[in-house]
Design a binder for this molecule. Structure first.
Ligand code: C2E
Ligand code: CA
Ligand code: CA
Length: 691
């Protein structure tokens, strides 16, 4: 039974027969091809297969007839037969079952279905094989194994047990374990021993036993309780290893504990275990997992020219650099040879993986020095990136995809990373380019502010402007903020960029002032990330005093997201700002955190109704109701309302009728460069300063 499962493949069509045989052989089975039912029946006299795959329709003798002959023979009637029928051939399917077929599969053959049906039909055969394998281990292992019942009476021992103790199986079976005990352990030792066994089901430690000849010897013992379906202990299994041979098994234990002895990183075994865990967890929360395989590019040369010791040293140093590029909960493992693996169990965006890959490549760029060598060494790496569930939902498939990506990286000329999916490579490339040009955009002074007028609904006078950032890219032309704000937020660039916008807006206000234009309120957009900076209020006050604008002309547009997180801190900051006479507005109102309670607490002066509600307020009844409700709510709290994105007269009329205070939108003006906004100011009546 140790042989792999054996199949008859009976089909008159040579191509199908060969393909079936090849497929099964790839699964590790042994096959014999036969051309019709008659041959199959004859072959049963030579050897009995574990399973038969048989075409229903064949010349000479068809599958049904062959099956009915088999069913009559005592030695063959229990061999499962998987019948192959034509697609939509219900009659054959019925006939196959009637003749006693275990299952059927249709042509053309769907290989995954075939694999599963075969495995299912073989499950009894497999179980027997497993048992056989287990018993082989039992008989051939160097460790002594004892199985006792729950009372400690010996039920079975393996040959190694006899070798170690000198007792033959027949001498100890039925005896209690204390027959081999040395008498060297104290009562309290046994007490602890039993406590551990009962509570944890396991005990491990050094144990002195007595041989048949009376000599005592130390052993490393692991005892595990075997529990029945009801949870009660039915047996104990003890595994004894001679302490003198422990050195050998230590390597094994280390392997099982999962660490690579050279680099001390998780080995392939543990890596795969962790990956499996990450995949299960990510499925539960519908998340993504990233895997990377990193292969060193010129390692073999180093290894061959300097020898393995120095090669090993290099691997250790590489591992140390790589691990520095990662943070919790990522895992770096050594997959073997010069291949490392990375697990990113909680990936939010594929680009995160790209960043880490890039960082790892960077970290390897500095040369390595090796003890006793004057030369410095350079190693590059090729990195493949796979993402679950996109590129595979199980460990095997995912690693296969990642491996393919790694080879792709090698083909790309090494020292680069590649995603398994090509569209991600293109997207990642574009993003990296965008990112690096965004980083230098501030220094190169490529940002601009545009100003969009804000009008009073009742009088039609100009009240102020919203400052909106633009990126004048040297190659791509004008880029709108929608395309780079989120990238700036992810990379943290939003902080200096936002500071720039604030300072520029203030400087511009001063310039208009000096040119003799009336003062108007200017609103500056803020990202939640900027607002969360600990020194945010100080920064705003500093910029105001440096540029010399009056506090009351500056308005900060915050999003509802600031109401999340540390509410006390938010509150303190808002109060500080408002006490300094800086105006505060809530932007995109209605799209974010939909709790109104903060409106009551926070010193907010203005609510901006989001463009998406304004757009349909004259057509969509729900949006109309929402806009009315927002205005009513704001007014009841003493907060002014501005509607943004007003494009049509009808929208203006609706908003005016419902008491909206201010309007911003293409109906009056698009955002304008500073110069044109100055012209707009000259040509439109400006709201009189009330103070
Ligand atoms: P936002 O704060 O909601 O800004 C209003 C957006 O609506 C602006 O888009 C503006 O040009 C557009 N808009 C104004 N009136 C109309 C209209 O009648 N119809 C239509 N269809 N659109 C109109 P823009 O300039 O592309 O800005 C997009 C977003 O980028 C802004 O949305 C804001 O969230 C962000 N942003 C812009 N500048 C900055 C900045 O300096 N810092 C930060 N953190 N974010 C900024
Ligand atoms: Ca805004
Ligand atoms: Ca807005």
């Amino acid at each position: 039974m140790i042989n792999p499962p054996f199949f008859f493949v009976v089909d008159d069509d040579a191509v199908t027969r060969l393909m079936l045989c090849r497929f099964l052989e790839q699964l590790g089975y042994v096959t014999q091809g036969l051309v019709n039912g008659k041959e199959a029946v004859a072959a049963l006299d030579e050897s009995l297969p574990d399973l038969i795959l048989m075409d229903a329709k064949m010349p000479v003798m068809d599958g049904f007839e062959a099956l009915s002959i088999m069913k009559k023979r005592a030695d063959t009637k229990n061999i499962p037969v998987l019948m192959i029928t034509g697609l939509n051939d219900d009659e054959s399917v019925d006939q196959a079952y009637a003749a006693g077929a275990a299952d059927f599969i249709t042509k053309p053959i769907h290989w995954a279905i075939l694999r599963n049906r075969v495995r299912y039909l073989l499950k009894d055969v497999e179980a027997e094989r497993q048992l056989y394998l287990a018993s082989t281990v039992f008989n051939n292992t160097a460790e002594g194994i004892v199985v006792t019942d729950s009372q400690g009476f010996i039920q079975s021992v393996n040959p190694a047990f006899s070798d170690i103790t000198g007792y033959g199986a027949d001498e100890v079976l039925g005896n209690n374990m204390n027959k081999v005990s040395s008498g060297r352990h104290s009562k309290s030792f046994y007490k602890k021993f039993w406590e551990s066994l009962v509570v944890t089901g396991r005990w491990q430690g050094e144990f002195w036993n007595r041989r048949k000849d009376g000599s005592t010897f130390p052993q490393w013992v692991t005892i595990s309780a075997v529990r029945g379906a009801d949870g009660k202990c039915t047996n104990y299994v003890g595994v004894f290893s001679d302490l003198s041979t422990l050195k050998e098994t230590e390597a094994n234990l280390l392997y099982l504990s999962g660490h690579d002895t050279l680099t001390d990183l998780p080995n392939r075994h543990l890596f795969q275990e962790r990956l499996a865990l990450a995949l299960t967890e990510s499925k539960e929360r519908d998340g993504r997992v990233g895997v990377m395989l990193l292969d060193l590019d010129r390692f073999k040369v180093v290894n061959e020219t300097l020898g393995h010791d120095k090669g090993d040293q290099l691997l250790v140093r590489v591992g140390r650099r790589l691990v520095k590029c990662l943070s919790q909960p990522a895992t770096l493992g050594r997959m073997g040879g010069d291949e490392f693996g990375v697990i990113l169990p909680r990936l939010n965006h594929s680009q995160e993986a790209a960043h880490i890959a890039q960082e790892m490549l960077e970290s390897l760029k500095k040369p390595f020095s090796i003890d006793g060598e004057d030369m410095e060494f350079f190693v590059g790496a090729s990195i493949g990136i796979g993402l679950a569930p996109l590129d595979g939902e199980d460990v095997k498939t995912l690693l296969k995809s990642t491996d393919a990506a790694m080879y792709h990286a090698k083909e790309q000329g090494r020292n680069n990373y590649q995603f398994y999916r090509n569209d991600l490579n293109t997207a990642s490339m574009a993003r990296m380019l965008m990112e690096s040009s965004l980083r230098s955009a501030l220094d190169k002074e490529e940002f601009l502010l545009y100003f969009q007028p804000q009008m009073d609904v009742k009088t039609g006078n100009l009240i102020g402007a919203e400052a909106l950032i633009r990126w004048q890219h040297p190659l791509q032309g004008m880029i709108m903020p929608g395309e780079f704000i989120s990238l700036a937020e992810e990379t943290g660039l939003i902080v200096p960029m936002g500071e720039w916008a604030l300072r520029s807006a203030c400087k511009q206000m001063r310039r208009w002032n000096k040119a003799g234009l009336p003062s108007v309120r200017v609103a500056v957009n803020l990202s939640g990330i900027q607002f969360k900076q600990p020194d945010f209020t100080e920064l705003v006050l500093k910029v105001i005093s440096e540029t010399g604008v009056e506090h009351r002309w500056l308005e900060l547009e915050l999003t509802e997201s600031i109401a999340m997180g540390d509410v006390e801190e938010t509150f303190t900051k808002l109060v500080q700002l408002s006490e300094s006479n800086i105006q505060l507005a809530i932007d995109d109102f209605g799209t974010g955190f939909s709790s109104l309670s903060y409106l009551k607490r926070f010193p907010i002066g203005t609510l901006k109704i989001d463009r998406s509600f304004v757009r349909n307020c004259t057509q969509d009844l729900e949006d109309a109701a929402l806009v009315r409700a927002i205005i009513g709510l704001a007014h009841s709290l003493g907060v002014s309302v501005i509607a943004e994105g007003v494009e049509e007269k009808e929208q203006l009329a609706f908003l005016r009728d419902h008491g909206c205070n201010e309007i911003q939108g293409y109906l009056y003006s698009r955002p304008l460069p500073a110069k044109e906004f100055a012209t707009f100011m000259k040509n439109n009546p400006v709201m009189k300063d009330e103070e």
